[in-house]
Design a protein around this ligand. Structure first.
Ligand code: NAD
Length: 463
């Protein structure tokens, strides 16, 4: 008999660098066992009435509300985001769940397409079976519910692998699903990092749903290809934003766009990563933007006044320092910030760079941190050309007084989402999807509800 070595994973609080938990990682054998349990129970889960699954998931959402303070504290302790942002995330997840529960019947129930005499036709939406969700840490509740809620609603069993940086939250999610009545066997959590993810790729899941970096997503897609099952990838971005000269309140625009760039320390897939400003309003915008950034408090995420907490991963400090060094070497100006904060924990100063060009990493590679480059452009044409200059395709945003002008620009940009006078936002009512290196497939909206199903066509003659 093969004896497997037990591995343990330490959970570190990024705000203090203290070890807050030690967890036993899954092994090949334990993952196989979890998979088998899921496989055995999935059909019975699907055979329950949709209304029953909806009712259980409603209770889950109620539990999130009841335990919000405890859950927010756990989330902050492992990812370092300000406590209020953890509360916001849990509330945001509940809003998404509510939309999905309200629309489940409409989009998952059978649909009669033809009722002609002698030949009736309908579509049913059957679950895929046992799906594997390999997830990220930056918004574990939000990116989690995007997948496991519609997957469970549709009658799938779910193997959920939280990021190794958000495992305590993953375990809380499981605890509350069980509390809400979801059979324990239907939702399993895989504990561990990259190696655990690799082991999951060896199992015969009926679909792979990934949220994370382009590098990992591309690898997962290659591994899943031979299995001939659905594989959906939600990956990074280098999201551009353009401020046109006709905006009326430059201070308000600066505040809104700075929030879009720095909320959650810039660790959002749809965070604003590059800003282009029309030359006529450039100086005023930059002044107001820097003023806004300098007004924020940075520090321990449990303090109420703090807006910039700790970064989640230590390695990102080096990535950001390197992007700043590369930009400065090529001629950029640091208007504020620029370096790691000298204290315990993974803190980086919110950083604003100007005189940036597309030869610099900061304007090409995802920063995923509190660093932004702002560039002057002479007109819409130049803004458009710069915005299009990227391998990514998640979101793009235009601030202008004219809806027509914004839509005319956004329809030429190859992204899954376009924003007019807003940014860094996600809504359950419309699809969330990337293009190019930002991925493919859809979560949220009616399309995301059906993303965990396969349609069956019925041709019913007679009767
Ligand atoms: P990551 O790619 O490092 O890790 C994501 C997940 O993959 C983790 O659970 C990790 O353990 C697992 N993993 C790593 N290597 C693996 C391998 N070889 N095989 C199988 N699994 C493996 O990404 P991350 O740091 O957790 O997340 C940050 C990235 O996610 C950013 O690029 C961000 O933009 C992106 N993101 C995208 C969205 C979106 O909706 N498009 C949402 C959130 C985050």
């Amino acid at each position: 008999m093969e004896i497997e070595k037990k591995l343990f994973m330490q959970i570190i609080n990024p705000a203090t660098e203290e070890v807050i938990a030690t967890l036993q990682e899954d092994t090949k054998a334990s993952l196989q066992k979890k998979y088998t349990v899921l496989k055995n129970v999935q059909q019975a889960w699907y055979e329950k009435k949709l209304a029953e699954r909806v009712a259980m998931l409603r209770l889950f959402s109620d539990e999130l509300a009841k335990e919000q303070e405890t859950l927010a504290a756990v989330l902050t302790s492992e990812v370092g985001k300000p406590l209020q942002q953890s509360r916001n995330e849990i509330n945001g997840a509940r809003t998404r769940i509510q939309w999905m529960l309200e629309h489940a019947e409409k989009y998952l129930a059978e649909e009669w397409m033809t009722l002609a005499e002698g030949m009736k036709e309908k579509i049913t939406y059957e679950p895929l079976g046992v799906i594997c969700n390999i997830s990220a840490w930056n918004y574990p509740y939000l990116v989690g519910v995007n997948v496991f809620i519609p997957a469970l609603l549709a009658g799938n069993a779910v193997l959920y692998k939280p990021s190794e940086y958000a495992t305590l939250t993953g375990l809380e999610i499981k605890r509350l699903l069980i509390k809400a009545g979801i059979p324990e066997a239907v939702f399993q959590v895989a504990i561990g990092g990259k190696e655990t993810g690799e082991l999951l790729l060896q199992l015969p899941f009926d679909g792979y749903y990934f949220t994370g970096s382009y590098k990992t997503g591309r690898y997962i897609y290659e591994q899943a290809a031979a299995k001939m099952v659905p594989c959906q990838l939600e990956m990074g971005g280098k999201d551009p934003l353009y401020v046109a000269e006709d905006v009326t309140d430059i201070k308000a625009v600066a505040a809104s766009t700075a929030d879009g760039a720095f909320y959650n320390n810039g660790q959002s897939c749809c965070a604003v990563e590059r800003i282009y400003v029309h030359e006529k309003v450039y100086d005023d915008y930059v002044t107001a933007f820097v003023q806004e950034v300098k007004s924020w408090h940075t520090g321990g995420p449990n303090k109420d006044s703090v807006y910039i907490g700790a970064l989640t991963r230590k390695e990102q400090l080096q990535v950001l320092a390197q992007q700043v060094a590369d930009a400065v070497e090529k001629g950029a100006t640091v208007l504020t910030g620029g370096k790691r904060i000298n204290r315990k924990g993974y803190y980086f100063e919110p950083t604003v760079l100007t005189n940036v060009t597309h030869d610099m990493e900061v304007m090409k590679e995802e920063s995923f941190g509190p660093v932004i480059g702002i560039m002057k452009v002479k007109d819409d044409r130049e803004a458009l050309q710069k915005m299009q200059d990227t391998e990514y395709g998640l979101t793009a945003s235009v601030y202008t007084s004219s809806q027509w002008r914004a839509e005319a620009l956004l329809q030429q940009i190859n992204t899954g989402t376009g924003y007019w006078n807003c940014c860094d936002r996600v809504s359950a009512a419309v699809p969330w999807s990337g293009r190019k290196h930002s991925g493919f497939g859809t979560t949220l909206s009616h399309i995301g509800l059906r993303a965990f199903t396969r349609p069956k066509a019925w041709h019913l003659k007679g009767g």
